[in-house]
Write a new protein. Structure first.
Length: 107
């Protein structure tokens, strides 16, 4: 569930960079996506593939920005591109910290 959530956040920033239409995420829904208590290996790999794809697309889109674009407020946003990019990076770090804490608690 967390992998798809992170993929969706990356997509939401990508959507603003590339001015993509709302609802263009590969899965139906938004932000949190229902998953069963135990994912099959196939389902887990599918979710990780989606996360990887969104990450690669976001990286490519960010690499294409020039410095002046960072100060722009994209359509549908209330904050600058720079703040959106910092926010999605902080979001990943936040959830990475959660994962590390859970791993430690399971030891």
């Amino acid at each position: 569930m967390l992998a798809v959530h992170a993929a969706y956040w990356k997509y939401s920033v990508l959507r603003r960079i590339e001015d993509l239409p709302r609802g263009s995420f590969p899965l139906e829904g938004g932000n949190w996506f229902a998953r069963g208590p135990e994912l099959s290996e196939k389902e887990w790999k599918r979710d990780l593939k989606l996360l990887g794809e969104m990450h690669r697309k976001l990286r490519a889109a960010v690499a294409s920005l020039d410095d002046t674009a960072l100060a722009n407020v994209p359509a549908g946003s209330k904050t600058t591109m720079l703040d959106l990019l910092l926010g999605v990076a902080a979001h990943d770090l936040y959830h990475a910290g959660q994962i590390q804490l859970i791993k430690r608690l399971r030891q």
